[in-house]
Design a protein around this ligand. Sequence first.
Ligand code: HEM
Length: 455
Amino acid sequence: MTLTTQSRSTQKSSFPKGATRYRLWDTLGLIFNPLPNLEKYRNRYGDIYSSPGLAAFPGSIIIGSPQGIEELFNLDPNLLDCGTSNAGLKPLLGDQSILQLDGNPHQQRRKLLMPSFHGQRLQTYGNTIIEITQTIINEWQKDHQFYMREITQEITLRIILRVVFGLDKGTQYDELRQRFSKFLDLFNAPLYTIFLFLPYLQKDLGQWSPWGNFQHQKQTIYHLLDQEIDQRKKDQDGEDILSLLLSATDEEGNHLSKAEIMDELVTLLFAGHETTAVSLAWAFYWIHSQPDVYHNLMDELATINLDTEPTEIVKLPYLSAVVSETLRIYPSVIFAFSRTLKTPIEFMGYSLDKGVALSPCVYLVHHHPDFYPDSKKFKPERFLERQFSPYEFIPFGGSNRRCLGYALALYEMKLVLATVLKQVKLKLVNSQPILPVRRGFILSPSGGVKMKVLG
Ligand code: HEM
């Protein structure tokens, strides 16, 4: 829906101020250089402002303050619909993924998946995460140079393949790993970002056309998943998420369809892989660009050793503060899901109509001057000095849509950092500040964080 002056007056609703239309360069600016643009609009219109449709994504009201987030996250979820606003993700994740579900089906799917990412199950992943990281470090020699984002992508992909499919070796594992990495690189290239945001470009003109190639790569992955599901149906004793999805039944005893299972698998691979990889690459960058942060962290890590239990490592306060500050300053996901109103409501003093979408802006909340003074500075201490509420610090969104994998992501980030930093001394190859750039839907460190092994 486009928010125009005319629709406001005829529907007797009251809207926050904001832009009424984006010209092409505004749209490109918001896609490729979103942060200064978000700040520009906030400075112009305030903490809550209306934004017209941005290509594949419908018009919405941007919420950039903890007060607005609190009001939104406390609305009755039955009044809100996320599937409509997530429709732009369908070409990637299919139409049966949890992101497209609402109401009871959404609740049921969360109930099914949740135990795989929390409590006892989470703890069992601890040693797996350390083992996978260790295998990668063992390949490093002194003076070896690499892009940290590629390394963290490799680590998080191996972890998610283990958690979701229970796979860690074999032909099927190798093929999935390679195909999926290739697909991700393709999807994250600037050309494809434009295609995802501008649906009228999504035309399959054969395998050599950009969208045709995208579809072809996607089909290859679905074909591999199809084979894996058939194989697993014969041999259903795993503890991974695929086994869980295969054995799950609804209240009437029906199993999930193959299409539902495949869309969910792709969703978990996507949602759980690049987000964490990029956040980890940022963490390595910040730690190595701020000597005081590095020294404080190393002092704390000196209190543990290589066989300290993962459950103890993840409780370290300074390590936890470094991870939180990393997720605050440049959140890899700058917007949580938009929530579309299923009924008119009063919100933050405005009367909003059915069909209006509310978009929680993680980045603007994390840089709100009342809560984060000096917000452009990387200061883990802020998380030691103060506890932030679930409306002030929202890297994983909130309410009934809160990220399903948040606990796994935090576990991964802390254990990978501790395992690497305890054993290897690294250095940034370039001393210039690294800025965020868009990779697909995610905000990533430009250049990928080039590092060198010192010893
Ligand atoms: C640092 C890493 C991550 C970040 C920053 C992140 C961020 C987010 C955000 C902002 C949302 C939207 C929440 C909302 O609108 O309220 C979300 C949803 C989701 N995330 Fe994550 N995520 C991360 C890692 C993961 C991992 C590891 C997994 C699982 C393997 C995962 C699975 C999901 C799923 C399934 C949803 C949809 C939840 C629903 O619709 O109910 N994410 N994530």
